[in-house]
Write a protein that binds this ligand. Structure first.
Ligand code: MF3
Ligand code: CO
Ligand code: CO
Length: 280
């Protein structure tokens, strides 16, 4: 979400809220994985929206983006230099070597599950694969900083210290967010910061960690459509997002396929060469 100056109380979810959040997260994860498997060169980003609409219809759930603050489609599709909030378009065709960020948010039993992955279309260059690996690693390190008693700044610091030594930059104008009955709740979760600073995490908080990482400058420009956020220098940007829950002794990732809530790449998609990936 776009950085906002308003702050409200951070909710603590009760057990029945958390159970619904787990079902929403699981379904969003299944949906993203199902879409990711079908992406190939020659598709348009509107074809991806059609997949999202079909999935939501079949499962009887609502895609949160549709109509959210006037967003015209059911999913965000962000190609190459688009950082986030790309609008599916029948004139945008995916080509071999592109990257596309796919951001799924479903509303299940009144609660939101939000997850995104940037995937390669066909084969990508080593430089592009490196951006995807670093961004995914940053997402994982950010999530691993989450436990009761830790602070929001610990998450941002973990991400920033993964990304900047590689020469990439962390987008500051968009942040992770609390999530629940509302798509975007407090707290705001910056993907940069200082460890030991910021809000103290408590069991029952639910929020996203969704770093957007640019090859070049961190600057953002919003296109004429009022949504599409692109990099200031038009170099590539990548993003991975999970929705998670602070538990009594750590973190449970809600947007994964395993019951323990252990970290998996969003949508189950591993960038080529990611250290520790199955088969890498
Ligand atoms: N899913 C995005 C996020 O991670 C928000 C998309 S808002 C929309 O916060 F309106 F563009 F869908
Ligand atoms: Co989000
Ligand atoms: Co999202």
């Amino acid at each position: 979400m776009l950085v906002s100056s308003r702050a409200n109380a951070v909710q603590i979810k009760n057990e029945s809220n958390l159970e619904a959040m787990r079902r929403a997260g699981r379904l969003a994860s299944e949906c993203l994985a199902w879409i990711v498997e079908q992406v190939e060169p020659g598709m348009t980003t509107l074809d991806i929206d059609d997949l999202q609409m079909g999935f939501a219809r079949d499962r009887g759930v609502k895609p949160a983006p549709l109509g959210y603050r006037g967003f015209p489609r059911s999913i965000c599709t962000s190609v190459n230099e688009v950082i986030c909030h790309g609008i599916p378009d029948r004139n945008v065709t995916l080509r071999e070597g592109d990257i596309v960020g796919i951001d799924v948010t479903l509303i299940v039993e009144g609660f939101h599950g939000d997850t995104a992955a940037t995937i390669a279309v066909g084969q990508v260059s080593e430089e592009v694969a490196h951006l995807l690996c670093v961004t995914l690693q940053a997402q994982r390190r950010g999530v691993e900083a989450v436990r009761p008693g830790a602070r929001l700044g610990d998450i941002g610091a973990a991400i920033q210290s993964t990304v900047e030594p590689e020469g990439f930059s962390v987008v500051r104008d968009f942040v992770g967010h609390g999530i629940g009955r509302r798509f975007h709740e407090d707290p705001q979760v910056p993907h940069y910061g200082e460890s030991g600073r910021g809000l103290r995490l408590r069991p029952g908080m639910t929020f996203t960690v969704e770093p957007m990482i640019n090859v070049g400058v961190p600057d953002v420009e919003i296109l004429e459509d009022g949504w599409t956020a692109v990099t200031g220098d038009r170099q590539l940007s990548a993003q991975y997002e999970h929705t998670l829950e602070v538990t009594a002794d750590g973190v449970r990732i809600l947007t994964v396929q395993n019951d323990a809530g252990d970290w998996e790449p969003p949508g189950g998609w591993w960038p080529p060469g990611f250290p520790g990936a199955p088969g890498a």
